[in-house]
Design a binder for this molecule. Structure first.
Ligand code: FCB
Length: 436
């Protein structure tokens, strides 16, 4: 194991999403999904990690882990539980939470949409309804009016590709109604919504003279699609997947270019850039084989044989982070924030080494001139992993859901030390056996 240091101004943080940790909200589509008993492990999001009531304790834990920054999201269904009805106390709650972060020297990065919708929105067709763009923009403006003086860094939408794949392709996200046409309709409206949000955030912060440089981007889930050499028929599906999963979103959300099948290559809202940083969520890669499933673009996603995987069977492939960042930076030369990277690892046997390996890749990227400026580990605490329920354990901090007791995992302690010293030292390598 080699020691390394990241640049002085590199920021270390961790990420969460409101629905996955807060608990207590009955106005969102995931609450209804759980009520209908649809999570794979039968668990429910109604309590989750009870962060809504325990945010002070969680911020205290962040300070123990020497975090420079924290990526969190605000819950639309709490702020607008009925169409056009806004709840000031919800915005005030987030204000208090963010004030506390700032007081502790932790810089907030706030996500405006992270997979969850108000029930009213979903029942009106969700993102496949053209009006979604207007409704979302109105919500965004409310939030930025309320919090824009405190927050300069924003993520508009988290992983539209994964959200739409779950919602309209695989159909394992609410409302569980796969529909090919809705996938592309909603993709178009999400790209439009991102562009409007980008403009609204800049406009409000500029007009009100809020302090600090405004930084707005989206969090893009980028994957490596490699071909199974035993199945050369995988070449075409892999390139179609790359187009549908990556390119339509990147071209739209960065440049404002609506490419087939969400447009004809024009710029209906004007040319961008609509992005100040590139948010990269990186987890794993897929090996693509040919399959006779047109709705899956004739591809089947498989996992490389005989390779190390996490608790969910996802390949652990740090080199993929190198590959996606190199590739995305060639086409879109913006500063990169790794807005998510993490591992489901109940026994905490792999997480420490996983963090080490991915940070080492970041070091290499920086040395080669790719400006990676931040790293947000997914996740700060164990949380509700969507259709999989509470079972997967992604936290640097373990949560006992019976007592809500938090315990920092060994890998969390290691990450805290990395964040404090800006890199990995000899002492850490001697101290943490999982690194050897
Ligand atoms: C990402 C999501 C995040 C979390 C991780 C494991 O796709 O953005 O909410 O579920 O996966």
């Amino acid at each position: 194991m080699k020691t390394f240091q990241l640049p002085e101004d590199f920021l270390f943080g961790s990420a969460t999403a409101s629905l996955q940790i807060e608990g207590g909200d009955r106005h969102n589509n995931w609450y209804r999904f759980c009520e209908e008993g649809k999570t794979e492990d039968g668990s429910h999001c109604i309590e989750a990690a009870d962060h809504w009531n325990r945010y002070e304790e969680d911020i205290d834990l962040m300070t123990q882990l020497h975090q420079d920054t924290y990526r969190m999201s605000v819950e639309w269904s709490r702020i607008e539980p009925r169409l056009g009805h806004f709840v000031d106390s919800a915005l005030e709650h987030y204000r208090t939470e963010i004030e506390l972060l700032l007081e502790k020297g932790i810089r907030p990065l706030v996500t405006l949409h992270h997979f969850s919708n108000p029930i009213w929105f979903e029942d009106m067709g969700g993102w496949a309804n053209k009006d979604a763009v207007l409704w979302f923009d109105r919500f965004v403006r409310k939030v930025v009016f309320a919090l824009g003086d405190l927050v300069q860094d924003w993520v508009t939408i988290n992983e539209p590709n994964v959200y739409l794949e779950g919602t309209y392709s695989a159909g394992n996200f609410p409302p569980n109604k796969p529909n090919f046409f809705n996938f592309f309709k909603a993709a178009k409206y999400m790209v439009r919504a991102h562009i409007r949000a980008y403009e609204s955030i800049h406009e409000i912060r500029r007009d009100k003279n809020h302090p600090g440089k405004t930084m707005v981007g989206a969090a893009h889930h980028l994957r490596v699609f490699d071909i199974d050499h035993k199945s050369p028929g995988g070449i075409l599906p892999a390139s179609m997947m790359d187009h549908v999963f990556h390119n339509i979103f990147l071209e739209g959300m960065v440049h404002g270019k609506f490419i087939f099948p969400i447009g004809n290559g024009g710029y209906p809202l004007g040319k961008g850039p609509y992005c100040d940083f590139m948010g990269v969520n990186y987890y794993s890669r897929d090996i693509i084989r040919f399959s006779y499933k047109p709705l899956r673009l004739f591809g089947e996603l498989t996992v490389k044989e005989d390779t190390e995987v996490n608790d969910l069977g996802w390949e652990i492939y740090p080199e993929g982070l190198y590959r996606v960042c190199k590739k995305v930076y060639e086409t879109y030369p913006f500063p990169i924030y790794i807005t998510e990277n993490g591992i489901s690892d109940l026994k905490d046997e792999q997480r420490g080494k996983f963090i080490f390996d991915h940070l080492q890749v970041i070091k290499q990227l920086i040395d080669e001139g790719v400006p990676v400026e931040r790293y947000y580990h997914w996740s700060l605490i164990d949380n509700f992993e969507w259709e999989l329920g509470l079972e997967p354990k992604f936290g640097l901090i373990e949560v006992d859901y019976h007592t809500q007791k938090r315990t920092i995992r060994e890998s969390g302690k290691f990450y805290g030390e990395v964040s404090k010293s800006g890199g990995v030292t000899e002492e850490m390598i001697d101290k943490y056996s999982f690194l050897n």
